[in-house]
Design a protein around this ligand. Structure first.
Ligand SMILES: Cc1cc2nc3c(=O)[nH]c(=O)nc-3n(C[C@H](O)[C@H](O)[C@H](O)COP(=O)(O)OP(=O)(O)OC[C@H]3O[C@@H](n4cnc5c(N)ncnc54)[C@H](O)[C@@H]3O)c2cc1C
Length: 320
């Protein structure tokens, strides 16, 4: 049986893994998607102490190397269930059962959806780093008005011809980003549509003929989804359309905790995990760290500290 299972491999998880691996605790980190978590997708990171500037992927790689250097085991696998039987945790990972004496949940967050019609059309994405290159020379909409939306709109200019930055309120980003945004607006690369509500995405009719659907299905062997071609927005009570080739949605994140259903873990109103001062949940031996934790500051430097603090508490818990 393992001493500890860490769920997720973002900066919170990797920091905790460095601490526990140095103390020779039998630990496995399970990651369902990308080692490094959201950090691995950040184009440029300038506010992590001791790392002057570089990509999030570079910083994530350094964290992973450091954790593995001390013996941390990182495996791919999605945790779908957590149960506690007596003093032992039993987790379901890709359908298999794995046991440990303690668990650290560091699963971060998932992109929030707008919840409007057409959001499942082809060409709609929640990750500029992953999908930006598919829109070379095209026009895209970025939906959102806070730091992530502005940062990603600026990043997309590496590929796209033009960005419509559509926000239901005034832009609320940091002053540094506002300054960069102003430059891009001046260069006519970004057009800001503030106080405008996206109502639905609409596909390009030309892409949805029976023949095209049949051709696409044969080519990919999957159900063809038509491409987004317009976003219908509400502007001062009237609907109008904005022509686009793609859309990127950055309207916040929600904590990734579905696998905790059926446990006694307390969640906040926003769905984040409530812990005590030792980062332990209401379930003894089940800890949480990083952006999935209620009250955590959602920045790489702070979640890394959270992971380290959780590791210290876990060591004390396991030594009891
Ligand atoms: C666009 C954008 C730009 C940002 N820019 C900055 C910046 O410049 N500076 C900064 O400090 N912060 C920035 N942030 C915030 C930063 O990315 C987060 O604070 C940080 O990544 C949170 O780390 P975490 O370890 O808590 O979770 P995450 O990074 O979200 O990692 C959680 C991991 O858990 C995995 N996971 C989830 N559920 C399961 C499961 N059931 N089984 C297995 N694995 C699972 C996920 O796949 C993910 O890899 C930015 C965020 C975004 C979205």
């Amino acid at each position: 049986m393992l001493d500890l299972i860490i769920i997720g491999s973002g900066p919170a998880a990797l920091s905790a893994a460095i601490y526990v691996a140095r103390e020779h605790m039998e630990t496995v980190v399970f990651e369902r998607k990308t080692v490094g978590g959201l950090l691995a997708g950040i184009d440029k990171i300038e506010n992590y102490t001791g790392f002057v500037a570089g990509s999030g992927a570079e910083l994530a790689k350094v964290m992973r190397t450091q954790a593995e250097h001390f013996g941390a085991k990182i495996k791919y696998g999605e945790v779908t269930e957590v149960k506690k039987r007596g003093e032992v945790f039993e987790l379901t990972v890709d359908g298999e059962s794995v046991k440990a004496r303690a668990v650290l949940v560091a699963t971060g967050s998932e992109p929030a959806k707008l919840g409007i019609d057409g959001e499942d059309l082809k060409g709609i994405s929640y990750c500029a780093t992953c999908d930006g290159a598919f829109f070379d020379g095209k026009t895209v909409a970025v939906i959102g008005g806070a730091n992530s939306a502005v940062q990603e709109a600026l990043f997309l200019l590496k590929f796209v011809k033009k960005v419509f930055l559509i926000s239901h309120s005034a832009i609320k980003s940091s002053e540094t980003l506002k300054k960069q945004l102003k430059e891009a607006v001046k260069a006519q690369k970004i057009e800001v549509l503030e106080n405008i509500e996206p109502k639905r995405f609409v596909s390009d009719g030309e892409m949805t003929t029976e023949k095209q659907r049949a051709q696409a299905k044969t080519a990919t062997n999957v159900e063809h989804k038509p491409c987004v071609a317009r976003v219908i927005v509400e502007d001062k009570g009237k609907e109008r359309e904005v022509k686009i080739d793609g859309a990127f949605i950055f309207v916040g994140h929600r904590p990734a905790t579905t696998f905790l259903a059926g446990t006694d873990v307390e969640l906040s109103e926003k769905g984040a995990i409530v812990t005590d001062g030792n980062l332990m949940t209401k379930v003894a031996g089940l800890f949480a760290a990083g952006s999935v934790r209620a009250g955590a500051v959602d920045q790489v430097i702070t979640v890394a500290g959270d992971g380290a603090a959780a590791a210290v508490s876990i060591r004390k818990y396991l030594q009891k």
